[in-house]
Design a protein around this ligand. Structure first.
Ligand code: FVH
Length: 292
C-alpha cells in the first residue's frame, strides 16, 4: 500500500477496468480525477469520491501521474493527441501489441512526456488486491518514481526498459493459458467418451499441470544453454506417446487436430536428428516462423 496517499492521480477511461482502477485509488485515499468519453460512466466513481473532469486535457492537469485505460491504442491516440503532455507521466494500461507500446513510447517522448506501458493480468474485481498482477515496462526511474502509488492497484512488477516488454509478457501469458486449457479440454473430451465427467478429471488434470509446471525452470536452463541432454525422457519417447494420443482420439471419435500438431512439430525435430534430445529442443520449432 502507498504511504503517499495525498498524491493525486488521474484516470482516462472508465470502462469496467478503469472504474476498478479508480475505486482502488479512492479506497487508498488518493485524490482521483477521472475522465470518460461518455460522461455518465463517471457517476459511480464520482459517488465514491472521484472528481470528474470535463475533458481529458483537464484531467491531465490534476497532477503528474495519469493512468490511461481505453479499448485500444487507436483510442489512446484519439484522446491524447490533442492534449498538452509536456512534463506528464503517462502509464498506459490499455492492451495492445509490443510494437504499439514502443511506438507510443517514442510518441510520448516527442511530446515531452514520461511513458510506462503496462499489462493488467487480472479482472476488475481483483484490482486493489494482491491477486492483481500488473506488469510495467519503460524507464526504471519513471517506474520507481511511482511504484508506491501503482502498488495500490495490485502487485507492480517492472520488467525492463523496453516499453514493449509488458505487452510481450501479456501475450506469452495468454499462450500459456490457452495451451493449458486446450490440453485439458482434449483430455476431458477423451475421458468423456468413457463416461468420465469433466469434474472427475479436473483434479487429476490439475495435478499433472502442477507437475509439468515444476519442470519449467530446469527446461528453461536447457533452452538458455542451447543444450538438451535427455535427463528424464528422449523426444523420440515423447513422440511415440503422441502417436498413442492421436490414435486414442481418432478411435474415440474426438478431435485429433491438437495432438497432430504436437506430433508434426516433434516429427520435424526427429527428422532434424533431435530424437535423443529432451523435449525443450522443440523451442526451435517455435522460433522458426511458420503459418498454417
Ligand atoms: N476487463 C478486463 O478484465 C480486462 C483485463 C485485462 C486488461 N484489459 C484491458 O483494459 C482495457 C480497458 O478494458 P475495459 O474492460 O475497461 O473495457 P471497456 O469496458 O470496453 O471500456 C473501454 C473504455 O475505452 C473508452 N474508449 C474506447 N474508444 C474510445 C475513443 N475512441 N475515445 C475515447 N474513449 C474511448 C470507452 O469509453 P466509452 O465507450 O465509455 O465512452 C471506455 O471507457 C482494454 O485495453 C482491455 O483489453 C481489461
Amino acid at each position: 500500500m502507498s504511504d503517499n496517499t495525498d498524491i493525486p492521480v488521474a484516470i482516462l477511461g472508465l470502462g469496467l477496468m478503469g472504474r476498478a482502477l479508480a475505486s482502488a485509488f479512492l479506497k487508498a485515499g488518493h485524490p482521483t480525477t477521472v475522465w470518460n468519453r461518455t460522461p455518465s460512466k463517471a457517476d459511480r466513481s464520482a459517488a465514491e469520491g472521484a472528481r470528474p473532469a470535463a475533458t481529458a486535457g483537464d484531467a491531465l492537469k490534476a497532477g503528474p501521474l495519469t493512468i490511461v485505460c481505453l479499448t485500444d491504442y487507436e483510442a489512446v491516440h484519439e484522446v491524447l493527441d490533442p492534449c498538452e503532455l509536456d512534463g506528464m507521466t503517462l502509464v498506459n494500461l490499455t492492451s495492445g501489441s509490443s510494437a504499439q507500446a514502443r511506438e507510443t513510447a517514442r510518441w510520448a517522448e516527442r511530446r515531452g512526456a514520461r511513458y510506462l506501458d503496462g499489462a493488467i493480468m487480472a479482472v476488475p474485481p481483483a484490482i486493489g488486491t494482491a491477486e492483481a498482477a500488473i506488469l510495467y515496462s519503460g524507464p526504471r526511474p519513471d517506474f520507481e518514481a511511482h511504484e508506491a502509488v501503482l502498488g495500490v492497484l495490485g502487485s507492480a512488477t517492472h520488467l525492463g526498459a523496453d516499453p514493449g516488454l509488458a505487452s510481450l509478457y501479456d501475450v506469452a501469458g495468454l499462450a500459456m493459458m490457452w495451451s493449458v486449457l486446450n490440453a485439458w479440454l482434449q483430455g476431458t473430451a477423451l475421458l468423456g467418451t468413457a463416461g468420465v465427467d469433466a469434474a472427475a478429471y479436473a483434479p487429476f488434470a490439475q495435478q499433472i499441470a502442477a507437475v509439468v509446471a515444476g519442470w519449467l525452470p530446469g527446461y528453461a536452463e536447457q533452452i538458455d544453454r542451447d543444450s538438451f541432454p535427455a535427463e528424464v525422457s528422449a523426444l523420440e519417447t515423447d513422440a511415440r506417446a503422441m502417436t498413442h494420443l492421436i490414435e486414442e482420439s481418432e478411435a474415440a471419435g474426438v478431435n485429433a487436430e491438437l495432438p497432430m500438431l504436437f506430433k508434426a512439430m516433434a516429427d520435424r525435430a526427429l527428422a532434424a536428428g533431435h530424437g535423443q534430445d529432451q523435449y525443450p529442443v522443440l523451442i526451435k520449432e517455435f522460433t522458426t516462423p511458420r503459418t498454417p
